[in-house]
Design a protein around this ligand. Structure first.
Ligand code: FAD
Ligand code: SF4
Ligand code: SF4
Length: 1001
């Protein structure tokens, strides 16, 4: 009888545990358990606990606990497994936060030693200066970690040349199921038998594995059971074929024995990896070209693939029409469609690399010639160099993109990983198509054609009992088909709990029993990742969705009808983990994760927690759960996910909605009210700005204010201008009118030289009106000098402060009022332009979903005519209405940091264009994500540290490196404040830079 594991056992464990443990019933611990109950698969099971170990001793303590109480430990790195490998009722052991060091690199011998939490792309960024790379490349390479790649024996895009992880795993330091530490590495015969004589668990493993495999009949069974030798993608079961291929078991072989062959692909079921020594490859040739073979059918593209392979490409990958169609209108991917001609059913992307462009051209042309002769393909655009990246990004985002399908019938990972020898692919896919058709199923086909593995994703409704049954039937029938073609049920994604059930069918009982024996030899008590690969539960149990469950309808303030409902938007998260990118890989999503490296602070965690409560809550108000608040806490509402998540999971919108419902039940905290009502407080302060500023700046009083409100002492409070921008503009217009009446020269000499350009409405947002008044004045002066007639229309604040704090009802009132006021002004069709991205873009984004249907048309009119000032002026430059001749000819380097909302809803291209207008200005974009301030977030005492950490990722170090004569530009008011607090440098709004450039001319 096993002993029962209780909370007090975890408390005892915690005493000497250096990392973090989550096990009790508090909101924080429950939230952690919920977010770790899924990965990128369709499975969901709440773990007993979550552990984030810091040291190997921590893992050993967990192993001891697991042995004593017969629970299983589930090793986990990025959690992007597609077959439920890291889902289960055990203790999740997440090594991604602390085991992320690159320990040693040996360029001469071409190897690197790393901890298992090192991210594949980060490793390659580190290796680049050495001229080396770690070859295996999953589509998830921006977040997948070495531990997980070993666990799943991952490969990917360039696998036909660079192979899989197993081939590159030289040595591994592991903890065995009794907690003892050992190293797996190549052993000659003598060393092997020495190991087998040890009286430890390690000795037992060597002896018993030898006993189990050292039999010619068993070797023959293994040979017969495993797939066609031409098939390099073979990830079903334990790799006994690879483990047997050495001098110990094959007398004719000259290869050494190495347990790493078995460890790779063992899905954390045999040993816990704490270090890995990896083989490296020299960097490939620098010149790259991608031939995008446009085909009229999938079948045609697979025949084209066979011709392509004869030309020895680096990769041959397929994207079908399903995926291509989802890039249409997608914020991030629409621009990547530049290479598509017509309406292809499939595009085969064939990559070549060479030392010179001439060689490349020859290679591409030779293949195209052969394709034309075989009448395969109708267009063959060649993409070169850096342009190949956006095209590859479309291919890599395939899985996420097809998640944008509306409705409950969704693409499922089920038969996506079956592989056959490439020459069998056309026939296999033909038959598979018929099989799916028989069940009335549509499917998307994409990925690794060159390696004989297409990710085929049938669309199934797993929310119904029939769908659940179909889920199993399709895998069972496909398994038979794969077996017919001597293929592998899993090529790279592994078995997990999805395909495990069919391993006996694929491999035969004898070899399956051998797999069970191997598991038993290594881990008799099932300490490591029980019920994966062997003894898995039925594959259609523990699914994310309970068949037939109808969640309560949720009334929302925002309109979620475009995404069907708030729940459906949360459900869109496929778990792909794109939101676990780091600052090394770049992008904005997700700044909180980048700073903390905790799963809890990812977009995925936020979508998961919302999905689970909106589905299962028994409360009238399903948002009223502190666990959701816990996970939302570090979301900066930066909107990075709205643009960068392939499934467009817009957490900023869902977070605001959640907070409003949470406040409805629990009241609005004082600080939240103060921040939401920021504009009102500033308006009040304008009655006595000098006194207000004194209190804000005086050391004693500002300390007191910050302490009372819960703001970080390190921050400076915003101060007021001595006049509001509106008042200044009014006065200015009056003076101008008087001057005109008296025929006095205009206020700005430029205005007299430049022709009249027309009227613009300047949206006088609350930050510019009260705080950045000087910037507002500069904007008006610049526009006037450029010939524009500037009007500030009647409107009220933007509502941004309410939105960022989740006071959505207040924001809604503002949206309605502004839409009515601005739509009226727009009768003359002049554009509305704004200086502060977070405020002006609210008119284009949130307002559309906030106003009730009766104001919808007006909201759309306003949105359609609203521009960032950068966008407006860039358009005017394009129309040649603004000339570079009017500006200085001085040389200047400008480093530009983009505002998150601008990056998500617009782009930085207009700002770059604007700042590049003066002839000798050079603009370089800082590859920063979010600055970390995000409105009030960086002010808040408990968020200050995270805010500064985010700034330190890329922005602060880049700014600090710049000589004083380099200008720092940042369109966002929060960003400028953050740059000042983090680096002491003053960043300018692009408009200020342009104004100075005009005056210097
Ligand atoms: C959109 C998408 C695209 C994908 N494309 C590819 C692709 O092109 N090629 C490919 O091969 N895969 C692909 N995958 C699958 C997945 O991304 C890879 O298998 C990836 O390598 C897993 O890495 P991870 O860090 O997320 O591992 P996890 O999912 O965290 O873990 C994977 C396995 O490794 C085990 N493990 C983790 N750490 C350890 C450790 N320290 N010791 C022992 N065991 C450990 C786990 O228990 C688990 O069984 C894709 C997945 C998605 C969602
Ligand atoms: S939130 Fe988006 S990026 Fe993150 S895991 Fe989900 S689908 Fe992927
Ligand atoms: S809004 Fe920003 S911080 Fe929040 S989940 Fe999305 S990317 Fe992360």
């Amino acid at each position: 009888m096993s002993k029962k594991l209780t909370i007090s056992n975890f408390k005892d464990l915690q005493v000497n545990f250096a990392g973090e443990l989550f096990y009790d019933n508090s909101a924080e611990h429950q939230a952690q358990k919920l977010i770790y109950s899924t990965d990128a698969s369709v499975y969901q099971e709440k773990p007993i606990a979550v552990a984030v170990p810091k040291t190997s001793t921590d893992i050993q303590a967990l192993i001891q606990l697991a042995n004593e109480y017969q629970v299983t430990l589930i090793p986990r790195s990025a959690g992007t497994s597609l077959a439920g490998q890291v889902v289960g009722k055990g203790i999740i052991v997440d090594i991604s936060k602390y085991f992320n060091q690159i320990l040693e690199v040996n360029p001469e011998e071409r190897w690197v030693r790393v901890q298992p939490g090192v991210i594949r792309d980060d490793l390659n960024a580190f290796l680049k200066p050495y001229g080396l790379l770690f070859g295996p490349e999953t589509s998830t390479s921006s977040r997948a970690m070495i531990g997980g790649m070993i666990g799943n024996n991952s490969c990917g895009l360039h696998s036909i040349v660079w192979g899989d992880t197993r081939t590159h795993l030289l040595e591994a330091k592991v903890l065995l199921s009794d907690g003892s530490e050992t190293e797996f590495k190549a052993l000659d015969k003598k060393s092997f038998y020495e190991k087998a004589r040890l009286s430890t668990l390690e000795g037992h493993i060597y002896r018993e594995v030898h006993r189990a495999l050292n039999n010619p009949l068993i070797q023959e069974s293994i040979e017969n059971a495993f797939p066609n030798k031409n098939l390099t993608r073979r990830n079903t079961g334990y790799a006994l074929d690879m483990l047997s291929d050495n001098e110990i078991f094959q007398p004719a072989s000259h290869l050494s024995f190495n347990f790493c062959k078995l460890l790779a692909g063992s899905e954390g079921t045999l040993a816990f990896v704490t270090e890995a020594k990896l083989k490296l490859l020299p960097l490939p040739p620098t010149e790259t070209a991608l031939v995008c073979i446009h085909c009229n059918s999938i079948g045609e593209s697979l025949h084209a693939n066979l011709i392509a392979l004869k030309h020895h490409p680096m990769a041959s990958e397929l994207v079908d029409k399903y995926i291509l169609d989802f890039t249409k209108g997608h914020h991030e991917y629409h621009k990547n469609r530049f290479f598509i001609e017509g309406d292809p059913q499939a595009i085969l992307m064939v990559e070549f690399m060479a030392d010179t462009q001439e060689q490349l051209t020859q290679m591409c042309n030779a293949m195209i010639q052969d394709l034309k002769e075989a009448h395969l393909g109708y267009a063959y655009p060649i993409i070169r160099g850096a342009d190949t990246k956006p095209a590859w990004d479309v291919r890599k985002a395939g899985l996420g993109l097809i998640r944008n399908l509306p409705g409950d019938t969704q693409p499922v990972n089920l038969i996506e990983d079956c592989a056959v020898a490439p020459e069998h692919l056309p026939a296999y896919i033909d038959e598979l198509g018929l099989l799916l058709e028989k069940h009335g199923l549509n499917a998307s086909y994409y990925a690794h054609a060159g390696a004989g593995e297409l990710h085929v994703e049938p669309m199934i409704n797993l929310k119904t009992e029939e769908g659940k049954q179909l889920f199993r039937t399709v895998l069972a029938e496909t398994a038979a088909l794969v077996k017919k073609y001597d293929g592998s049920l899993s090529g790279e994604h592994g078995d997990g709990r999805l395909r495990g059930e069919f391993i006996p069918f694929m491999m035969g009982k004898e070899v399956y029993d051998l797999f069970r024996e191997i598991k038993n030899i290594f881990d008799r008590k099932k300490v490591f990742n029980a019920n994966k690969i062997v003894d898995t539960p039925p594959m259609n149990e523990f699914l994310r969705y309970e068949a037939g469950k109808v969640p309560n309808k949720v009334e929302t303030i925002f309109d979620f009808s475009k995404q069907e409902s708030i729940l459906r938007l949360a459900e869109k998260c496929s778990g792909s983990g794109d939101c676990r990118k780091t600052e090394v890989t770049g992008g904005t999503m997700c700044p909180s994760y980048m700073a903390t490296r905790q799963e809890k602070d990812t977009t995925r965690a936020r979508a998961n927690i919302l999905r689970q409560f909106l589905t299962n809550s028994t409360q009238n108000n399903p948002f009223n759960h502190p666990e959701i608040k816990e996970v939302m806490d570090l979301c900066l509402s930066c909107k990075g996910c709205k643009a960068e998540c392939p499934s467009q999971v817009d957490i900023a919108k869902m977070k605001a909605e959640f907070l409003q419902h949470f406040y409805d039940e629990n009241g609005i905290p004082l600080r939240t009210k103060m921040i939401g009502n920021f504009t009102k407080s500033q308006a009040l302060g304008m009655n006595f700005p000098k006194i207000y500023n004194f209190f804000a700046q005086n050391t004693f009083t500002s300390r007191l204010i910050k302490k009372t409100l819960g703001f970080a002492q390190e921050r400076s409070l915003p101060t007021l201008g001595d006049i509001t921008l509106r008042e200044w503009q009014l006065k200015r217009l009056k003076t101008q009118a008087k001057r005109q009446k008296n025929s006095i020269k205009p206020l700005n000499f430029k205005a007299s030289k430049i022709r009249k350009q027309g009227k613009v409405y300047l949206f006088c947002d609350e930050f510019t009106n009260y705080n950045d008044v000087e910037l507002g004045k500069t904007t008006i002066k610049l526009l006037t000098a450029l010939g524009y007639e500037v009007h500030i229309p009647e409107h009220i604040e933007s509502g941004r402060t309410y939105l960022s704090k989740g006071m959505v009802k207040e924001a809604q009132k503002i949206a309605i009022q502004n839409v009515k006021l601005l739509a009226k002004a727009l009768e003359d069709q002049s554009p509305i332009i704004g200086i502060e991205p977070s405020a002006i873009l609210t008119l284009r984004d949130e307002y559309l979903d906030l106003v009730p249907p009766e104001y919808r048309a007006e909201a759309e009119l306003v949105a359609d005519n609203t521009y960032l000032i950068d966008e407006f002026l860039a358009q005017e430059i394009d129309k040649k209405r603004i000339s570079s001749d009017w500006f200085t000819k001085e040389k200047r380097l400008i480093k530009l940091h983009g505002h998150c909302h601008q990056k998500a809803l617009s782009s930085m291209i207009p700002t770059k264009k604007l700042l590049s207008l003066p002839k000798n200005f050079e603009v370089q974009l800082i590859p920063s994500g979010c600055c970390g301030m995000a409105g009030s977030f960086g002010y808040e005492e408990e968020h200050y540290e995270t805010s500064m950490k985010i700034g330190e990722l890329v922005l602060f170090p880049t700014v600090r490196q710049q000589p004083q004569d380099v200008l720092i530009a940042a369109p966002g008011t929060s960003c400028r404040h953050q740059i000042k607090d983090g680096t002491g440098r003053i960043a300018l709004h692009p408009i200020e830079i342009l104004w100075n450039a005009l005056n210097e001319s």
